[in-house]
Design a protein around this ligand. Structure first.
Ligand code: NAD
Ligand code: DAU
Length: 351
């Protein structure tokens, strides 16, 4: 049986990934997560308790710990999610992004290289990255592809781009078997409530303002997190070392459209009159350097590895809204912690 190191699996996408992988792949899953503000052991506690994954609390920048884990487990796969992931936080302070996203990735690459030097078989390092490294599209531009140039605009996307370049260089120079996946915006269960969709859902439930940045006409390409995780499993099974794969939902929506949909779903779920939650929409100061539009062309992944998204936003979003309603206690526990301070700084109001 192969052994996989999954970094950052107490976060949103990593938690969904280990849930799917533990149910569908014959592999021993070892998780390394520092449990930052965004990491929540509750997201994967049932898997840890059932012995389906082995959990280590630790920092990917800790060279000794990372080397020790590689020595002990001789990993066949690394699936690297761990990152500082929120653009607004990167604007408030870039240092943790530079440290975790760049230095942490460098530590993992060095450990994999040392561990895999005399390695038989086909180990693989999958670096989970973002569409934001390609910058912003104009309204009529074609979607990003594997050949799009890097033009990161925020401290977050610049730190992810730097990490992508390290991953690419470790393949080119040392022959380390690496793959980079660049995915668009994910939505689904267990997403930290600082991100657009869970933030708007929870605020709509609570009758709080729905803070839309600027004119709200920025466009994102939405993909259900389970579809992203299935794409990663397909890449791990059949992807080619040295390659990049673009992942996306071909589902471009303006932020305002997303918020209006959420408002209507919340009204329906709470049996309020349609339009009640939409009255909570407030246009607030725009995000500095805000990227206007992202869109991904995932045709290469579809053609070569047979992956297709199974969820469409129109039918999946109501189920996601319901998930946050049924898991309000999970969200309340997060929102009563240090998140309160961030919310005050970002929105000038209490979480
Ligand atoms: P998240 O913020 O929800 O989770 C990040 C996880 O990494 C947390 O569990 C956190 O504790 C852990 N972590 C942070 N710093 C660490 C460190 N130094 N050492 C060990 N663990 C650490 O993020 P997410 O939304 O699940 O994103 C996961 C990955 O996918 C990121 O690399 C992100 O750039 C990428 N990505 C996210 C999206 C999206 O829409 N959320 C889209 C494309 C790509
Ligand atoms: O595109 C992939 C990226 O998607 C990932 O790499 C990032 O980790 C992830 O955080 C996400 O980045 P975005 O900046 O696109 O996501 P966010 O949920 O922060 O914002 C989505 C859009 O909604 C963006 O245009 C900003 C806007 N927004 C966001 C918040 C939190 C608002 O209008 N109001 C808000 O309160």
């Amino acid at each position: 049986m192969s052994t996989w190191l999954v970094t950052g699996a107490a976060g949103f996408i990593g938690a969904n990934f280990v849930r799917l992988a533990s149910a569908s792949v014959e592999a021993r899953l070892v998780v390394l997560d520092a449990l930052t503000y965004a990491g929540n052991l509750e997201n994967i506690a049932d898997l840890v308790e059932a012995g389906k994954i082995e959990f280590h609390r630790g920092d990917i920048c800790d060279i000794d710990l990372v080397n020790e884990l590689f020595g002990r487990h001789r990993f066949d796969r690394v699936v690297h999610f761990a990152a500082e992931s929120h653009v607004d936080r990167s604007i408030l302070g870039a240092e943790p992004f530079i440290r975790t996203n760049i230095q942490g990735t460098a530590v993992l690459l060095a450990a994999a290289r040392a561990s895999w030097q005399d390695r038989q078989g086909k180990p693989l390092f999958l670096h989970v990255s973002t569409d934001e490294v390609f910058g912003s599209l104009e309204p009529d531009d074609p979607p990003f592809t594997e050949n799009s140039p890097y033009r990161p605009n925020s401290p977050y996307s610049a730190s992810k781009a730097a990490a992508d370049h390290l991953v690419r260089a470790w393949h080119h120079t040392y022959g380390l078997p690496t793959i980079i996946s660049n995915c668009s915006n994910n939505y689904g269960p267990w997403q930290f409530p600082e991100k657009l969709i869970p933030l708007m859902i929870l605020n709509a439930f609570d009758g709080r303002e729905l803070p839309v940045y600027g004119d709200g006409r920025q466009v994102r390409d939405w993909l259900h997190v389970e579809d992203h995780c299935r794409a990663l499993l397909a890449i791990l099974a059949g992807g080619q070392a040295g390659r990049t794969y673009v992942v996306g939902g071909a589902c471009e929506r303006t932020n305002l459209d997303i918020v209006q949909r959420i408002a209507l779903e919340a009204d329906a779920l709470l049996r309020r009159s349609p339009g009640s939650a939409a009255k909570l929409i407030r246009h607030v100061a725009d995000r500095p350097g805000h990227d206007r539009r992202y869109a991904m062309n995932a045709m290469a992944l579809q053609r070569e590895l047979g992956w297709r998204p199974r969820h469409d936003l129109e039918s999946a979003l109501p189920a996601v809204v319901r998930w946050y309603w049924e898991n309000r206690a999970w969200a309340d526990r997060i929102r009563s912690g240090t998140y309160v301070e961030y919310y005050e700084q970002q929105y000038g109001a209490r979480a």
